[in-house]
Design a protein around this ligand. Structure first.
Ligand SMILES: *Cc1c(COP(=O)(O)O)cnc(C)c1O
Length: 405
């Protein structure tokens, strides 16, 4: 299928290009001491990850350990209530550890094992990526260093406990604001020193090449399964698909199964409390081109070009940029990016719980809220929502701040 001059039949051959660019976005803007490390990972990715042995081992792990394939569920009561459009959900909440993140963490950790590394290194903000990577490290018997700001360590006590129970080493970062940005810097610094024995595992389709490509490809299983399951259930493709976008990994994997189909694709960013800078994390809607954390994309900046402070009720979505592929698909118009605010997400959190018996992650509730809105506008047809994770982690917060709605 051709769209705005891009041939999606051969899209994955050309995007990213050999230097990691999706159009003008992507690349690898890194310190000289990290260049050898990135080259090593890129080479390993193209040789090891394309090998039959790696692919079949990852498939077996997905089936026997992660519980894949995750199902597609018809949201029957919700669809009937809205009237007209049939809504469906791809159930990444049923993936082991309760979210899609394990899909790329198992891939990255298996690659570490094949490369003969002893350790995986990462940063975490809310702790979800840290927990997924600690799980993968335990499975493969790798050491695991998770860098986390001391402010986040206090805020995310249950996830810190999970990581420690799983045997990970949580490294406290105390300088600056002691949150995600400082944790990213500290983790990359450690990696530059340790890369002979360790591999860096990024938490989304972010960072320098090859990570945006590698994480998308490990998440491709979500879109591939969803497409096949949906067609088998209904006999046709969905008219529209919807996913939430923080860094963009669940969306990138889900969308990759449908880019070459006549399907409308929607990526949903968090509008938080509103459109003022600092109140949201809708980088594609309000941001501009710039480089941060090693890649060129569309980002939210303050005057001096540094990343802007961002906010969303969903801690997994509050990142001041999105992966370079999303910036590319945004400019191209192949994916439509729109926003959902805190309040609408919380309403959808309760709506899906009450109507379907599924408590979604607040991140995923952004996609659910948009799916409901879209269904009302469409009137007829079908829409498939990617339910990136389950909401157990959010229940205490929702009850404390919003009460029972
Ligand atoms: C981390 C997380 C997200 C956001 O990350 P992406 O890379 O944008 O997918 C979304 N949903 C859940 C449940 C998460 O844990």
């Amino acid at each position: 299928m051709k769209f705005n001059g891009i041939d999606f039949d051969t899209y994955f051959k050309h995007y990213p290009d050999a230097n990691g660019y999706f159009g003008k976005y992507g690349g690898a803007y890194i310190a000289p001491e990290l260049q050898a490390a990135m080259k090593e990972i890129t080479y390993a990715y193209f040789t090891i990850c394309q090998s039959r042995k790696f692919i079949s081992e990852l498939r077996r792990i997905r089936r026997e350990f992660q519980g894949r394939p995750t199902p597609v569920s018809h949201l029957e009561r919700l669809s009937t209530k809205i009237g007209g459009v049939q809504l469906y959900a791809k159930r990444e909440d049923l993936n082991h550890t309760g979210a899609h993140k394990l899909n790329h963490c198992m891939g990255e950790a298996l690659l570490a094992k094949y490369m003969g590394k002893k350790k995986v290194i990462a940063e975490t903000g809310a702790g979800q990526h840290g927990v997924a990577l600690a799980t993968a490290a335990a499975y493969f018997g790798l050491e695991c260093d998770i860098y986390m700001g001391s402010v986040d360590i206090k805020k995310q006590a249950p996830n810190v406990a999970r990581m420690k129970i799983l045997g990970a080493n949580v490294v406290e970062v105390t300088h600056g604001l002691a949150t995600l940005k400082e944790a990213v810097d500290a983790a990359f610094e450690a990696y530059a020193k340790e890369y002979k024995d360790a591999i860096y595992c990024i938490g989304s389709v972010l960072g320098p090449h090859p990570f945006p490509m590698m994480v998308r490809d490990f998440q491709h299983v979500v879109g591939e399964e969803a497409r096949e399951q949906f067609v088998e259930m209904t006999g046709h493709l969905p008219d529209a698909i919807v996913a939430c976008v923080g860094g963009g990994s669940n969306a990138a994997g889900f969308f990759s199964g449908f880019l070459n189909d006549p399907v409308d694709i929607y990526g949903i960013e968090p509008l938080g409390r509103g459109a003022k800078l600092g109140d949201h994390a809708a980088s594609l809607k309000y941001g501009s081109e710039g480089v941060m954390h090693g890649f060129n994309s569309i980002m939210l900046k303050v005057e001096n070009g540094e990343p802007a402070p961002v906010y969303s009720v969903a801690s997994g979505l509050d990142y001041p940029s999105s992966g370079p592929e999303h910036a590319f698909l945004h400019d191209l118009g192949r994916v439509k990016y729109d926003v959902i605010g805190d309040d609408e997400a919380i309403d959808a959190f309760f709506e899906l719980s009450r109507m379907e018996g599924i408590i979604p992650a607040i991140e995923s509730a952004h996609a659910v809220a948009y799916g409901i809105k879209l269904a009302k506008e469409m009137g007829t047809g079908s829409a498939l929502i990617n339910l990136s994770g389950r909401g157990d982690k959010d229940m205490d917060y929702v009850i404390e701040h919003y009460g029972i709605r």
